[in-house]
Design a protein around this ligand. Structure first.
Ligand code: GLU
Length: 545
């Protein structure tokens, strides 16, 4: 068979060569050792945590080495495409501080290696496809869906490997005249790779996370171009990552199964293979066992969830880095206030087994991150979030900015700050007692104070309450009232001698705390009272008697 003749029959309009393409996308001028990475999301409209997880790796690898990080839209499967999806990807990544040096933009492209949407690169793929045909490594296949299904049934019955290979590959050796007449008759066809691989052979592929892998050589004649001339992921990825000069392909482990195909394509075309980095799938504990995070059952899989719940990007980064790099937590303890960008991310510290996503741990990290922010930064973030997601809350927060700032300052800016806030959404519940509009008594009064005593306690407290007192004087008065009612002034006295008292100061302050804040567990009562102001405190106490 004259492969050049076949190539011209299949691609009569392609005049460029792969070398021409390579000249169009010349070597990037980057410092020695710079990495070039990308994310290649499909525009499905759903951006998931895994996208961010992989993006953080790519972004760190590129930007830590003064390299380039770009966005390529993998839209070869147009059935999955949703309008506005590219914009959704860009804005969600941007929200999380992931910025691209080049790539697709909402309505176009930015960079010299585009187009950055695969469907717009059809001509480029055809140039490379033509070369493969010329080399004898690609051929048209006219098998219909039905024929392929029949073949598969037969393979099942014969108990042999599925797929298009060896003697099963019916179109592999069609002669030129047959191909020509079938094309002229308008029969649809796909372009397949003619594999020289053998199922008994194994090849080595280096993985940046998993190390040296030994995988079975590909022996299947997989599809390069679909019948509409659009490439499969396999082919598009090889062409794009070669021309765009990606050094590290960071992608999910679901691609490990087809890695032999990708290695074979790079090798056949004489392209230098990138360093593949297959990341572990995000898992969660479900009872005793681990399972994959699912779109249907786990809202936390959607990246939008974190924004809607009002988690700040920094908390998400902190958490994902603890999952990504085993030494991050240690580094964080040694460098509590250092910006994340100072952490040296490395592929070597990544685990290749299932990455466990633990919402409870994430919440702890989020609390920690929020507790370290100054009140005005919390105010900014909180009001911005509320403006978008909760107008009522926004109005409360901004009604008296100084007041809200004071409330947010309680237990903040000290060596061991309080960790009351988990997210901005939860902040609404937490802060509710600061506003009369949302205040309600949520907790029970301490059991050791009966209704009668409670009444006397509150009466006496109101009588002696003086907002000009300092904290010590205030506390002394409260303790005296408690003692006069039979409650130990020191919790340990009560513990030592429980028969001698009705309870302790803890029960006394507990009653007042529930009356004033609605909760047993609230920040320092005197500090809170000062913020609420005399009128509110007295009102709440009088209502509680
Ligand atoms: N489009 C592929 C996906 O969404 C990207 C894989 C890759 O980054 O190469 O899984």
């Amino acid at each position: 068979m004259d492969y050049n003749k076949l190539a011209n029959l299949l691609f009569p309009d392609v005049t460029e060569t792969v070398e021409d393409l390579e000249k169009k996308f010349p070597k990037r001028e980057l410092p020695e050792g710079a990495n070039i990475t990308r994310i290649g999301p499909s525009p499905t409209g759903f951006v998931h945590l895994g996208n961010l997880y992989n993006a953080i790796i790519g972004e760190r690898l590129a930007h830590q080495s003064n390299g380039t990080f770009y966005l390529r839209i993998e839209d070869t499967d147009n059935k999955r495409e949703v309008e506005g999806a590219v914009n959704t990807i860009i804005t969600s990544m941007d929200y999380f501080g992931i910025h691209f040096d080049e790539g697709a933009t909402a309505d176009g492209d930015n960079g010299a290696y585009g187009p950055y949407r695969q469907r717009q690169r059809k001509d480029i793929y055809h140039v490379v496809a033509k070369k493969l045909v010329e080399m004898g490594f690609a051929y048209p296949c006219f098998c219909s869906e039905d024929e392929l299904n029949t073949m598969r049934e037969k393979q099942i019955a014969d108990k042999v490997d599925y797929g298009y290979y060896g003697e099963w590959a019916k179109c592999r050796n069609l002669d030129f005249e047959t191909v020509k007449s079938r094309i002229e008759a308008g029969e649809p066809y796909v372009l397949r790779f003619r594999s020289q691989g053998d199922s008994k052979n194994y090849i080595n592929v280096f993985d940046g996370i998993r190390g040296d892998l030994r995988v079975q050589e590909n022996y299947q004649d997989f599809v390069l171009l679909k019948s509409d001339g659009i490439p499969t992921y396999h082919f598009a990825h090889a062409v794009d990552d070669h021309l765009m000069q990606t050094t590290h392909v960071v992608r999910g482990e679901e691609w490990l199964a087809t890695l032999p195909i990708h290695a074979q394509l790079f090798d056949t075309l004489g392209f230098k293979r990138p360093v593949y980095c297959h990341t572990a799938t995000l898992m969660k504990m479900d009872g005793e066992s681990k399972r994959k995070l699912s779109k249907r059952h786990d809202p936390e899989l959607a990246l939008a969830y974190y924004r809607e719940e009002g988690y700040i990007p920094k908390a998400v980064w902190e958490y994902l880095l603890t999952v990504l790099n085993s030494n991050f937590e240690e580094w964080r303890i040694a460098n509590p206030d250092a910006p994340i960008s100072e952490f040296q991310f490395t592929l070597k510290k990544m685990s290749s087994s299932g990455a466990l996503f633990d919402l409870a741990k994430f919440n702890d990290i989020s609390k920690d991150v929020l507790s370290k922010l100054p009140a005005d930064e919390i105010y900014e973030g909180l009001t911005e979030w509320a403006k978008e997601y909760d107008e009522e809350f926004y109005n409360l927060l901004t009604k008296d900015k100084e007041y809200t700032l004071k409330a947010l300052s309680v237990g903040r800016g000290i060596p061991k700050p309080r960790k009351d806030l988990v997210s901005f959404k939860q902040a609404k519940d937490f802060l509710s007692f600061y506003y009369n509009e949302t205040f309600k008594v949520e907790d029970e009064y301490p059991e050791r104070v009966d209704a009668e005593t409670r009444k006397i306690l509150i009466e006496k407290y109101v009588e002696t309450l003086d907002f000009n007192d300092d904290q010590e004087t205030w506390f002394g008065k409260m303790r005296d009232i408690g003692e006069s009612l039979g409650y130990a002034g020191k919790p340990k006295d009560f513990k030592k001698n429980p028969e001698a008292y009705k309870g302790s100061i803890v029960d006394i302050s507990g009653v007042l705390r529930v009356a004033i804040t609605g909760r047993q567990n609230a920040p320092d009562l005197w500090e809170v009272s000062q913020i609420l102001g005399k009128e509110t405190v007295l009102n709440r106490l009088n209502n509680m008697k």
